[in-house]
Design a protein around this ligand. Structure first.
Ligand code: Z5A
Length: 209
């Protein structure tokens, strides 16, 4: 049985990092082999360029940084697919949906943004963490990086809604991330536990008709 591919998406400070770590621990203790990915993966050469851009230590055209974010996923796509085929569940903190939502929020055409990620391994389930920009800001650390501005985050949220509308309830669920860590963890676990062990044998391709 192949592993499940679960992506957690959402706005800044919505608690993705907290919850993917929690989910990883729960899956491990339930005996499910699991591997965590986080995009951007700032450890690779491409990831270091992205990190420098996000910290405003370098400048890049919007198109160039968009393609770097996508390349950062492609450099790990084969690993993700192999792990899934070997039976390891993959949990991923942000993925191609962030890529499209953030770049389109800056004004790039949505279809142009989607094209470079077409053909990546498709998640079996995307869990979207919904939180108001006000609640996210109250969590601290908000405003340190380039995209952490309320107006942009609002536009990103609208674009996530557009992307979500293309999926059915089995592939995309929204979680109210403004609640306590325990409540959010409980709901995430409910969705993950229902999926693991029940995915179809083949890994689908994202945004391929
Ligand atoms: N980006 C892009 O443009 N294109 C792409 O293709 C991709 C990304 C993949 C960096 O992403 C930026 O890159 C991001 C999108 C863009 N820009 N923005 N905005 P990142 O994932 O590296 O960074 P991030 O989104 O800013 O993640 P984050 O700050 O680490 O937030 P988080 O992971 O969602 O939250 P957290 O670290 O788990 O929690 C934040 C704080 O809140 C922390 O103190 C927690 O203890 C606390 N917390 C968490 N949950 C709760 C609850 N439930 N209640 C109260 N407090 C909580």
């Amino acid at each position: 049985m192949r592993g499940a591919f679960i992506v957690v998406e959402g706005l800044d400070r919505s608690g993705k990092t907290t919850q993917v770590a929690n989910l990883q621990a729960k899956l491990e203790s339930s005996g499910t082999p699991v591997k965590l990915f986080k995009f951007p993966d700032r450890t690779t050469a491409i990831g270091q360029m992205i990190d420098s851009y996000l910290r405003s230590q370098s400048e890049l055209d919007d198109q160039a940084i968009h393609l770097l974010f996508s390349a950062n996923r492609w450099e790990l796509a084969t690993s993700i697919e192999s792990l899934l085929e070997q039976g390891t569940t993959v949990v991923c903190d942000r993925y191609a949906f962030s890529g499209v939502a953030f770049s389109a929020a800056k004004g790039l055409p949505l279809e142009w943004c989607r094209a470079p990620d077409s053909g990546l391994p498709a998640p079996d389930l995307t869990i979207f963490f919904d939180i108001s920009p006000e609640a996210a800001r109250a969590r601290g650390g908000y405003g340190e990086e380039r995209y952490e501005k309320e107006q942009l985050q609002r536009r990103v949220r609208e674009l996530f809604d557009v992307l979500a509308s293309e999926f059915d309830d089995e592939r995309w669920v929204t979680v109210d991330a403004g609640r306590s860590k325990e409540e959010v963890a409980g709901e995430v676990w409910k969705y993950a536990a229902a999926l693991v062990g029940k995915v179809s044998p083949q890994v689908d391709k994202l945004w391929v008709p």
